[in-house]
Structures are given as C-alpha cells and as structure tokens.
Design a protein around this ligand. Sequence first.
Ligand code: KIV
Length: 266
Amino acid sequence: MSQPKSIATLQKMKEQHQKIATITAYDASFAGLFDTVGIDAILIGDSLGMVVQGHSSTLPVTVDDMVYHTQAVARATSQTLILSDMPFMATTSLEVTLQNAARLMRAGAQMVKIEGGAWLCDTIQALVRRAVPVCVHMGLTPQSVHVFGGYKVQGRGDEQAQQQFIEQAQAVERAGAQLLVLECVPAKLAEQVTQAVQIPVIGIGAGNATDGQILVMHDALGITQGHIPKFAKNFLNEAPDIQSAIRLYIEQVQQGIFPGLEHTFN
Ligand code: KIV
C-alpha cells in the first residue's frame, strides 16, 4: 500500500502541476469508500449542519458535532488527508481556538479549516506554533451568510478589491496556513490567487485553474435537494455506482475537465 497522503503530498502535487481531488464526508461508510478509491483529502465540513442535520445554514453546528463526525471519518480512513472544520464561533479567542483545535486533532483531524481572511493571521500563527496545520477558507465563507445577505459570489469588486483579496491570501500564507480553499469567486481571481501563493489552492465554484477541487459529497452524488449550486455536478449521472462516480470525479479533476465553464463564475 502507498504512503498515506499528507499536506506534503498536496504541496508536491501543486509543484508538479498535478490536480488535487478532495471531497467532504461525515461518516465512516462514505469516508472509507472515498479513501479506497483514492481521494486526496476528505473534509469533515460544517456543511454537515445542512446536509446531515437539515439546518438551513452551518451556524448551528457545534464543536461536539465536528468531533463526533471527525472520529467517524478518521476510523474508516488510512490513506487520505483528513481536514476538519472549526465551526461557527469556535475561534472567539486564542484560548478557545486552541482548545477546540486540540479536540478536532485528537478526534483524528490532521488539519483544521477556518473561515476568514488576513484578520486571522494571529490565530493561524498560534495554531501553527502549537503544531496544528491550518487551511484557510476564503471567498463565500458560509458562516458569514447573514453578513453577505445570502450565499453570494464573492470577489466581484473592482481591481483594487481583487488585489486586496490576493494580498489577504498571501498574508495567511505568510502567517503559516498550508492550504487555501476558495469558494464561489470568479475564475480569473482564483487563478491569480493560485499563482500568487506557494501553498495549494482548492476551489469550489472557483473555476478550474486552482490546484484542486472540493465538492460536498451530496452535490457530487446528486443527493442535494432544492437549490443545486451552479458549481455542483452529479457524477452518478455518468457512472453505474458510487465508487465509479467518485473515480470519475477524481479523473475529471485530474484532467481539468471538471469544473467546466457551466460550473464557473466569471
Ligand atoms: O463545510 C464544507 O463542506 C466546506 C466546503 C464547501 C469547502 O467548507
């Protein structure tokens, strides 16, 4: 069996221009399946508040919830990198942040993801100094849905605003973040960010010039009800079973076929 994937694997993939395919999972069965078919990383996303718990946003998700689902995913995986979300209000002070991050790492996460931008630099430094690898989620950060007034594409401002967005990405990298997720930003801006930082950039609704992609597993398997995001694709439409659908997702990411223009904001 090959070496388990780590953040070093993803970093090397960026350097070698190999696309990174990642997905969310929340339980042992799906996580084990994704691990077996060769997904590069699994995120236990706080999207579980919507797709598992049935809430209308991610805000009700607690650290206890994240620990429970992280443990389930970690038990079933051996090959893939495991990231876990710090949920709403889990980073209110440095002490609270460190305690919550420690709970997620003890539950089996190998990296934590926090939503925000350059204002997180102190938090990132504190986590990294205490051996907690950090992924920063920028763009449409769902915990800020009420600040944005809905799930809206971000980074559509003028040139100066876009430059500031790129500088924020560079600032979190300097602070020690080792991975960036960009959600719902115009493809051109995502491409500029990907070129402006050395760390891997994973996109969702951010075009196909990023170093890799992530999808909520329910969007990749056509389980999502109601509003289907523009960036989603149901791979089960083109595959006979779930294993084949996820293999197809991985292949289409690796070949730069997914996301297509129809999944992209310009
Ligand atoms: O919570 C989540 O699933 C996420 C992904 C959409 C990136 O943050």
